[in-house]
Design a protein around this ligand. Structure first.
Ligand code: 5AD
Ligand code: SF4
Length: 470
């Protein structure tokens, strides 16, 4: 990784360190999806290479970065409200530099609002051109100017420093942006057109991570199934996965998100070959495949380019090739014009597919998207459908979890349980959250756990001797 340098900033951080006996702190808070988490790790990496030290206490930071989300209104309101609280930090120490960036800021109307109503925010920028971040900080330090930089060019920037949050789990972006323009979605407007990283850059990054002992790598893209489309004639996501799996080491690969219109049998075949315990077990037996709605009429209005029949036939093939695959999905309820019949069809699809897990969202109007102009349905109806859907899926999720009781699962131990500090928590490759008692020295390692109890959202188990499980 290259250091990103800027003399004005490094001079400032050096002087600060001499005066205070420690480097100035940088605090990064992330809203939204995994892509944002990955971007935040880059911003933290850039700050670190400029001489800052990462802190988790905003009141001790000299640089505060909020990386925002715009996918639903709720996420924006939350980010705006916490941005409002930064006023106190600035009042207590006017030298603190405040930067707000990400998807929310990439929208002109939000950038304008923050610029006008939050005068203590020094730097505003969108989702790309992270390499310019040092220049923005320098502009504030040197000229005391505020910086507003809406995204104009969306380029791939290789080699930026990354400060990863976990020593054993890593995000690897394989592409950026989206060309699909689902009618409800703001992403193509805030993250620009789809562009893929070169395969050698991705393979080198994965190789490096594996050599550093990283155990779980998640490949990220808005639609990983169209990886390479604009870059290569004869190399696609399945080829990339296959090449990654040739890298030796004890690690698993996850990927997200897939679009059903582009998911191929070739991809399933590569997964089958590289996920079963008897072959090269690198690819997690988990597939996140957003359905969004079980009504073909609504799917059409969403501009999704597949039918429920096509979706089901892909699921059938997936289960045929990898029988214990875990399939999860995203569903939006209350999309404009959704009728009771449309909604009933969504419930039917939940029962037909029997997803292992789902993420459900109440439709949120996104200004500037085509669906914002369609006839909307009432918030009450949306809320009622949302809770009905949850009830249906929760009982399926529980039944799916009960199947694990009595089985021994290989688990990547992630940390201490948030609710009970004596318990460890981890996930199997099928992405089930599993709690069990054990020594914290296991964090970051694979362990074998016998499942003794199932709940809707998690499993509880008992640590096994490794030999006993093999
Ligand atoms: N309203 C509600 N949910 C949305 N999603 C995307 N846009 C919206 C919106 N406007 C959901 C989709 C997507 C997930 C990441 O967020 O289900 O798959
Ligand atoms: Fe949004 Fe659709 Fe692109 Fe996903 S594929 S980011 S839902 S436009």
């Amino acid at each position: 990784m290259n250091a990103v340098l800027n003399e004005t900033v490094t001079e400032y951080t050096e002087n600060y360190s001499v005066a205070h006996g420690e480097k100035p702190g940088v605090y990064v808070r992330t809203f939204g999806c995994q892509q944002n988490e990955a971007d935040s790790e880059t911003l933290a990496g850039i700050a670190e290479s400029l001489g800052y030290r990462v802190t988790d206490d905003p009141s001790k930071a000299m640089l505060v970065i909020f990386n925002t989300c715009a996918v639903r209104e709720h996420a924006e309101l939350k980010a705006l409200s916490v941005t409002g609280q930064l006023k106190h930090i600035k009042a207590a120490n006017p030298e603190v530099i405040i930067a707000v960036c990400g998807c929310m800021v990439a929208q002109e109307h939000r950038l304008r609002t923050i610029k006008e109503s939050y005068p203590y925010v020094d730097i505003l920028f969108g989702t790309s051109a992270h390499s310019r971040f040092p220049d923005y900080i320098a502009e504030v330090l040197k000229n005391k100017n505020r910086v507003f930089s809406p995204d104009e060019v969306f380029e791939i920037e290789e080699g930026l420093p990354v400060k990863r949050e976990s020593p054993f789990k890593a995000w690897v972006s394989i592409m950026y942006g989206c060309d699909n323009f689902c009618t409800y979605c703001v992403v193509p407007y805030v993250r620009g057109r789809e562009r893929s990283r070169r395969r050698e850059d991705i393979l080198n990054e994965v190789r490096q991570l594996v050599s550093e002992g990283v155990k779980e790598i998640t490949l990220l893209g808005q639609n990983v199934n169209s990886y390479g489309r604009k870059l290569y004639d004869d190399y696609d996501f399945a080829d990339l996965l296959s090449d990654i799996c040739k890298i030796n080491g004890d690690y698993i690969i996850r990927f997200m998100t897939s679009h059903p219109k582009d998911a191929t049998k070739k991809l399933v075949d590569v997964m089958a070959l590289n996920s079963l315990p008897e072959s090269r077990p690198h690819i997690a037996r988990a597939f996140h495949l957003p359905l969004q709605s079980g009504s073909d009429m609504i799917l059409n209005k969403m501009n999704r380019h597949y039918t429920t029949e096509k979706y089901l036939s892909f699921v059938t093939y997936l289960r045929e090739m990898i029988p214990d695959i875990s399939i999860s999905t995203d569903i939006i309820v209350g999309f404009p014009t959704e009728t009771e019949e449309d909604f009933a069809e969504t419930l039917e699809m939940l029962k037909k597919v029997r997803f292992d897990a789902f993420f459900s969202f109440i439709y949120s109007v996104r200004p500037g998207t085509p669906a914002a102009k369609m006839p909307q349905i009432s918030e009450d109806i949306k809320a009622e459908r949302f809770s009905k859907m949850l009830t249906v899926q929760n009982s399926i999720s529980l039944e799916k979890n009960e199947v694990y009781v009595g089985k021994t699962e290989r688990v990547l131990v992630e940390g201490l349980s948030k609710t009970d500090g004596r318990m460890l928590t981890g996930r199997n490759d099928k992405n089930r959250l599993i709690h069990f008692e054990g020594d914290r020295a296991l964090i970051g390692q694979f362990a074998y756990v016998e499942i003794i109890k199932a709940d809707t959202y998690c499993l509880t188990g008992r640590l096994c001797a490794r030999e006993a499980a093999e």
